[in-house]
Design a protein around this ligand. Structure first.
Ligand code: VGL
Ligand code: ZN
Length: 208
């Protein structure tokens, strides 16, 4: 079974959002083409879903400002602007994303004490979201991953898919993804490639 995993295509990561990724909304039409014409059996969307006191927010750390480095759950942590707070428009999926075709929504980042870049587990690897079990139950053996942001949630989700689902062929769809920092994007793609993740474009997928 072939699955498509759309990472965090939410208002918060698009222009006008609280943690806008440059050109983030450009992934929406590409994601919609993949959803409608990519031949997937299962389509999953992850949703960054933070309580308003989430520990990744600079606002929770006196003296810190957004994009400073700090610490959370004993690990170095980027201090993010408040973003994707549960129940706010910032946390909603982009209004043009074709949600009718989404089979499963995987929320993440609900524990205020730890961040969760990956759709599979928290950054400290202590708690699982349940997504790996869901994909196993669906007998998924091919997983394409794309969305926002390449250098954070997309990369960590792809690397966790590689680690947690060793029998699944994992690919990153580059033109259906955008990143926060250009040099971080390059490093992320190199890291994914070196870990056995395929790097493909939507045209290659749609031509199959
Ligand atoms: C993300 C930073 C904080 C992402 C989520 O979706 O890449 N990045 N929360
Ligand atoms: Zn977040």
């Amino acid at each position: 079974m072939k699955a498509l995993l759309l990472i965090d295509i939410q208002n918060g990561f698009c222009p006008g959002g609280n943690l806008a990724v440059p050109d983030g909304d450009a992934v929406v039409p590409v994601a919609n083409r993949l959803i409608r014409e990519g031949g997937y059996d299962v389509v999953i969307a992850s949703q960054d879903w933070h309580p308003s006191n989430h520990g990744s927010f600079a606002s929770q750390h006196p003296g810190k400002k957004a994009f400073d480095m700090g610490e959370l759950s004993g690990q170095p942590q980027v201090m993010w602007p408040d973003h994707c707070v549960q129940g706010t428009a910032d946390a909603d999926f982009h209004p043009d994303l074709d949600m009718a075709e989404i089979d499963h929504i995987q929320q993440k980042g609900e524990n205020p004490a730890v961040d969760s870049y990956s759709a599979f587990r928290d950054n400290d690897h202590a708690a699982l979201t349940g997504l790996a079990a869901y994909l196993k139950a669906q007998q998924v053996n091919e997983l394409d991953i794309c969305g926002l942001a390449t250098d954070f949630c997309v990369k960590f989700s792809a690397l966790d898919a590689r680690d947690m689902l060793p029998d699944v062929k994992v690919r990153f769809v580059s033109d259906a993804s955008r990143g926060i920092d250009p040099s971080g994007v390059k490093t992320a793609i190199d890291e994914m490639r070196s870990r056995g993740i395929g790097i493909v474009t939507s045209d290659e997928i749609l031509a199959d």
